[in-house]
Structure formats: C-alpha cells, structure tokens
Design a protein around this ligand. Structure first.
Ligand SMILES: [Zn+2]
Length: 65
C-alpha cells in the first residue's frame, strides 16, 4: 500500500455502523461519494488535507441533506 494511502474508520451517517475508507493523502482535500460497506447507501465524504499532507478532517454526511 502506498505511503500516501491511509485507512480511516468512519461511522455511517445512515446506519451508524463503522466501516473503513482509504484516504489518498497525495490527492489533497477532496469530496466524493462512497457507498457504506454495511447498508450500501451513498455517503458524502469531505476530506481535508493540510499543507503537510496530513489528514486534518474527515466528515461523513448523508447525500440527501
Ligand atoms: Zn450504512
């Protein structure tokens, strides 16, 4: 696995279950939709990468809000 790829556990905003996403820190701040691994509903992720390439924030929201 690349040194820029970092797994994070997140809580699904729909079902509350925890699943793991892999964040590409080399890509900078990003927003994308990934289906929950448990309930398969679309989760909107807001990933914040700081100037050092570290993960500054991970937000998981429902796509229908
Ligand atoms: Zn879910």
């Amino acid at each position: 696995m690349s040194e820029y790829l970092e797994p994070r556990d997140v809580a699904c905003p729909y079902c509350g279950e925890t699943f793991t996403i892999v964040i590409d820190r080399s890509a900078g701040s990003q927003r994308y939709i990934e289906d929950c691994a448990v309930c398969c509903r679309p989760v909107l992720f807001d990933i914040e990468i700081d100037a050092d390439g570290d993960i500054a924030g991970v937000a998981a929201r429902r796509d229908d809000e």
